[in-house]
Structures are given as structure tokens and as C-alpha cells.
Write a protein that binds this ligand. Structure first.
Ligand SMILES: C[S@@+](CC[C@H](N)C(=O)[O-])C[C@H]1O[C@@H](n2cnc3c(N)ncnc32)[C@H](O)[C@@H]1O
Length: 322
């Protein structure tokens, strides 16, 4: 009884998330009803449902949906019931293991819709939001090192590096200094405690201009807690390795660090010659492994922008394996 009162059981019906760039992803994936597809970020299964409902189970069509968050996995299992889909709780950096575990040798297309879901942001208890007070957590997988662990243990240099590298925060050094100073008095345990410290560390003029001075630092800590850039780097390699020739990879990013990583990786795969630029002729004889379907990222159209705030920073890139 006590435990029940302390922790409410998760209800999948409460998982709200509107999929972004849905039509653009479906078009990008060029779905074949008999194909095998991977959704590496199932979330509330918005994209997954749309993909799985275009598949023909009798012809061998199948979707494998992954998510590292147990709430998302529970939700996706419920929302994909009756469709040719299998949901696995894992980080997409381990996509190769997940596919091998299901006996899947190759996939015909894959989607990554990066970052956090609206559910993760809106569920204050998950500690992702600087707007609502909650324990400072931010772990998508709900295990491992939390944001509170980082802010209470890392030294000023390392904290500043995280805020600068992952949040592009111009006042990283000042904010890190304020955090280290404050935790000597009392540990930093809640989201509002941290956002208050951040606001007090930036110059008053910046505070007046920027309504949410904690936004960049919260993004940075979230990326560090979840090792998001390492997971993306490894996940892209694993998924590209599993793609069949002609298979499409669609990736939706929400900030410049992710987008740069995806853009550079796609460009390398789509480049034939790897000779230094000063060589007058190609001596490497390299062959491109992929072709870019989108040279510039696809952004949301005005209708979607008006309906869904999250779509404002969404960028979709699509690649086809050769
Ligand atoms: C933007 S949401 C996806 C929403 C989903 N496309 C939908 O339509 O409902 C991102 C999801 O990816 C998950 N996620 C983020 N990084 C992950 C990773 N490295 N491995 C597995 N899941 C990840 C998060 O837990 C979250 O549920």
C-alpha cells in the first residue's frame, strides 16, 4: 500500500505524443508491404503504428520497434497490438544485437526520431523539464547515473565542458561555478533548484531577455546523462550496417549537434572518393555506400508548425543504401 502511494503505476493511456513529419517519414521510407522495418525510437508509437499498418504480415512484412524507456515500451506494445510489430526495450546503439536476437538479418528501412517524447517532458516526475518541480533525473532508460548525480559530483571544469559542448551555453563557466558553490551548502536535488541557480548565474540583462535561461543547460545535462551523441554515432553505424541495398534511413533531429552528426555521417557514406582535396586525380578508387535522398533537411510545413510546437526544430534527413 505504502509503495503504491509513493509510486503511481504508469498508465500507457497517459502517454501523449504527436509524431512529427509523419507523412514525410512515410514517403522517405518508401515502405514495401512485405519489407522489414526498424523504428529505433518507438516512443508513443505514432510513427510505428503508421509504418506497421502499411505492412502485410502474410507477405512477411514486419516492424521491429525499439525504445530504451520502459514507459514507451509498454505504450508501444499496447498501441501496436494486432499489427505485425515486435517491441524491444533497448538502446538503439545495440540495434544489431536486437535484430540478431529476433533472427532478422537485414532491414529494408529504418527511422530514428531523436530526443525526448512529449510524455517524458510533460511527466514532471521524470525530471526533464525546467518548468515543473521534480527530482532532477532525466534518465530515459530510468536507470544509471541521473542529472542530480552529475551536478552534485562533477568538478567545475567538467560541468562547464558539458554545458558548453552539449548546450552551446555562453555562460557555462559561470553556471558551473554557481552549481559547485551552491552544492557545498546543500545538494541540488530538484529541477527548480537547478533552474534557479542557472538563472542567478547569468547576467541580469540576459535573464530579462531570455525567458528560459535554463533551457540550454537542461538540454546539455540530458545529452550527457543519456550519452545521446555516442548512442547516435554507434546507432547510425549499426543500423546502416543492417540496411539492405536500396533500404532507406530517415533521421529526425531536434538540435544542431545531432543534425551536424547525422549530416556528416550521411555525407561520408554518400562520398565516393576519400582522397585529400589537393590530389589532382582520384587514387583511392572509393565507391559511395549510399546516396542522399535529401540534400537539405526537410522541415515542417506551416500547418504542422501551427499545430505542433515540437515540429519547429525538427529536421528530417533521408539516405538510401546502395
Ligand atoms: C521523440 S520520441 C519518439 C516518438 C515517436 N516517434 C512517436 O511517434 O511517438 C523519442 C523516443 O526515443 C527514445 N530514445 C531516445 N534515444 C534513444 C536511444 N538511444 N535508444 C532507444 N530509445 C531512445 C526516447 O525514450 C523516446 O521515447
Amino acid at each position: 500500500m505504502e509503495a503504491e502511494q509513493e509510486q503511481q503505476a504508469f498508465d500507457p493511456a497517459s502517454f501523449e505524443h504527436v509524431p512529427v513529419l509523419l507523412e514525410e517519414c512515410l514517403e522517405g521510407l518508401a515502405i514495401r508491404p512485405d519489407g522489414t522495418y526498424l523504428d529505433g525510437t518507438a516512443g508513443g508509437a505514432g510513427h510505428s503504428r503508421a509504418i506497421a499498418s502499411r505492412l502485410d504480415a502474410a507477405a512477411g512484412g514486419r516492424l521491429i520497434a525499439l525504445d530504451q524507456d520502459p514507459d514507451a515500451v509498454q505504450t508501444a506494445r499496447q498501441r501496436l497490438a494486432g499489427l505485425p510489430a515486435t517491441v524491444v526495450q533497448t538502446n538503439f546503439r545495440y540495434a544489431a544485437d536486437a535484430l540478431a536476437g529476433l533472427g532478422v538479418a537485414q532491414i529494408d528501412g529504418a527511422l530514428l526520431d531523436l530526443g525526448v517524447s512529449s510524455h517524458q517532458l510533460d511527466d514532471a516526475e521524470r525530471g526533464f523539464s525546467y518548468r515543473a518541480d521534480a527530482p532532477l533525473d532525466m534518465r530515459m532508460s530510468q536507470e544509471g547515473t541521473s542529472a542530480a548525480d552529475l551536478v552534485n559530483t562533477l568538478d567545475r571544469e567538467e560541468l562547464a565542458r558539458i554545458l558548453r559542448d552539449y548546450g552551446e551555453e555562453p555562460y557555462a563557466w559561470q553556471i558551473a561555478g554557481r552549481i559547485v558553490e551552491a552544492r557545498q551548502e546543500t545538494p541540488i536535488e530538484t529541477t527548480l533548484q537547478l533552474s534557479g541557480l542557472i538563472a542567478s548565474a547569468v547576467p541580469p540583462a540576459v535573464r530579462r531577455k531570455d525567458k528560459n535561461p535554463a533551457r540550454r543547460s537542461f538540454q546539455a545535462l540530458r545529452i550527457a546523462v543519456n550519452h545521446e551523441l555516442d548512442a547516435l554515432e554507434e546507432g547510425l553505424d549499426a543500423i546502416f550496417g543492417a540496411l539492405a541495398p536500396g533500404g532507406r534511413l530517415c533521421v529526425i533531429t531536434f538540435h544542431s549537434l545531432e543534425d551536424r552528426l547525422v549530416k556528416n555521417k550521411f555525407r561520408r557514406w554518400a562520398t565516393a572518393c576519400t582522397c585529400p582535396p589537393e590530389f589532382p586525380v582520384c587514387v583511392c578508387g572509393g565507391k559511395a555506400k549510399a546516396k542522399l535522398i535529401t540534400r537539405k533537411p526537410i522541415e515542417a510545413k506551416p500547418d504542422e508548425l501551427a499545430d505542433n510546437r515540437r515540429s519547429r526544430s525538427a529536421r528530417l534527413r533521408v539516405l538510401e543504401k546502395l
